[in-house]
Design a protein around this ligand. Structure first.
Ligand code: SAM
Length: 358
């Protein structure tokens, strides 16, 4: 909701001189009543024309803060909450890695901070679609970009696929670079980006390179487009050979063995991190695989490779995994196989979050 900033500030500041807790609560109740509907606004809080200076905040946030003041038992405590609300209204406090206003952190209730992600339906808005086999749900880059980047910063996705990260980056006002080994896939991503009607950030830049992320000279490529470095990298590699993406021998899905897969992935990581700012974050989205009656913990193998390189592990997120159409049809069969084979059917994958230490 949009409020008249000088009015609400004046009311709250005047309460800081008040000596009577009942009086404070009565005035807070008036504010509560005022914001509950346009027609009953007798304090002028919703009158945005008077000074032209406004604040935009979530109604629930304000209601929650006012409720907390009303619940206090002492005048000191009520003034503590009033001061906090005043700060929330007047000052913006952000960390070095995102735009979340920490003075109003309660407003961001859709930003996940738990390590278990149960994501609902795939976001299919605009150009997003589930068509590209092996793509991830847009909610993944959406969550990560809001947590680990600021508007106007650069994001790198060295396994771009259908461009989910790039679409999301543009919607959020971030610049992005995608690398994809398959020319035809990169072309589709480019077309999707051009078509996306929901993209509102005109100023964001999007760059696509066709090539092999293990060896592409990223420093030179970035220099050519006038970008000194990136501030976040999101890796969504093939889960080794579960889906064969192309016939290209540099495609990670064609690695002949687990050690070759890990070595190729390590090269992509080294190459990508050479352009990532120190002390910034990167995420790896990966699932495990099942082969010849054995669970192959690809996620943990990959995590181990990165730890060996000296980067700091910040979180292991377990994310639910929606069945693909093909799997859904075979649900009964998989359940039967699990019961016979003594294993569990995959329902999760991982997001490993690291901080580049040097
Ligand atoms: C799991 S998919 C990524 C999907 C993507 N996140 C999306 O939402 O569409 C992995 C992609 O990496 C590409 N790829 C595999 N090896 C590569 C390499 N060496 N360099 C660049 N891209 C590669 C594949 O062609 C595939 O499109």
């Amino acid at each position: 909701m949009i409020l008249n900033k000088p009015e609400i500030t004046r009311i709250l500041e005047s309460l800081l001189d008040e000596k009577d807790l009942i009086e404070i609560k009565n005035k807070i109740k008036d504010v509560e009543y005022s914001i509950s509907s346009f027609r009953t606004d007798n304090l002028g809080l919703l009158n945005i024309d008077s000074n032209g200076e406004t604040i935009n905040l979530k109604k629930e946030y304000l209601e929650n803060e006012l409720g907390q003041i009303l619940d206090t038992k002492t005048i000191e405590r009520s003034k503590y909450y009033i001061k906090r609300l005043l700060k929330g209204i007047s000052e913006i406090k952000t960390s070095k890695i995102n735009d979340i206003n920490l003075n109003r952190w309660k407003e961001y209730d859709d930003i996940i901070t738990d390590s278990l992600w149960i994501l609902g339906r795939r976001d299919n808005s605009g150009a997003h679609s589930a068509e590209y086999w092996g793509n991830f749900v847009p909610q993944i880059p959406n969550q990560l970009l809001r947590r680990y980047t600021k508007k106007g910063e650069w994001v790198l996705d060295p396994f771009m696929g259908s461009g989910t990260t790039l679409i999301e980056a543009r919607r959020l006002g971030r610049n992005s670079i995608g690398i994809e080994i398959q020319e035809k896939v990169a072309k589709i991503a480019r077309e999707k980006l051009e078509q996306d009607k929901t993209i509102f950030s005109e100023n964001s830049r999007t760059e696509i390179f066709i090539g092999d992320s293990t060896s592409l000279n990223l420093k030179e490529k970035l220099e050519r487009i006038g970008v000194p470095s990136v501030q976040f990298v999101i890796f969504h590699p093939p889960y080794w050979d579960i889906i064969k993406f192309s016939d290209n021998e540099k495609d990670l899905s064609n690695a002949a063995s687990l050690s070759e897969f890990l070595s190729l992935f390590g090269k992509v990581v080294d190459n990508s991190l050479s352009v990532l700012d120190t002390k910034r974050f990167f995420a790896i989205v990966i699932g495990d695989k099942y082969s010849k009656g054995e669970w192959i913990p690809l996620g943990f193998y990959v995590m181990q490779e990165i730890l060996k390189k000296g980067h700091k592990l910040k979180s292991i997120i377990v994310k639910n995994f929606e069945e693909t159409k093909a799997k859904r049809n075979q649900k009964e069969l998989w359940r039967y196989r699990a019961l016979v084979g003594g294993f569990y059917v995959f329902k999760h994958e991982y997001i490993f979050l690291f901080k580049k230490e040097r």
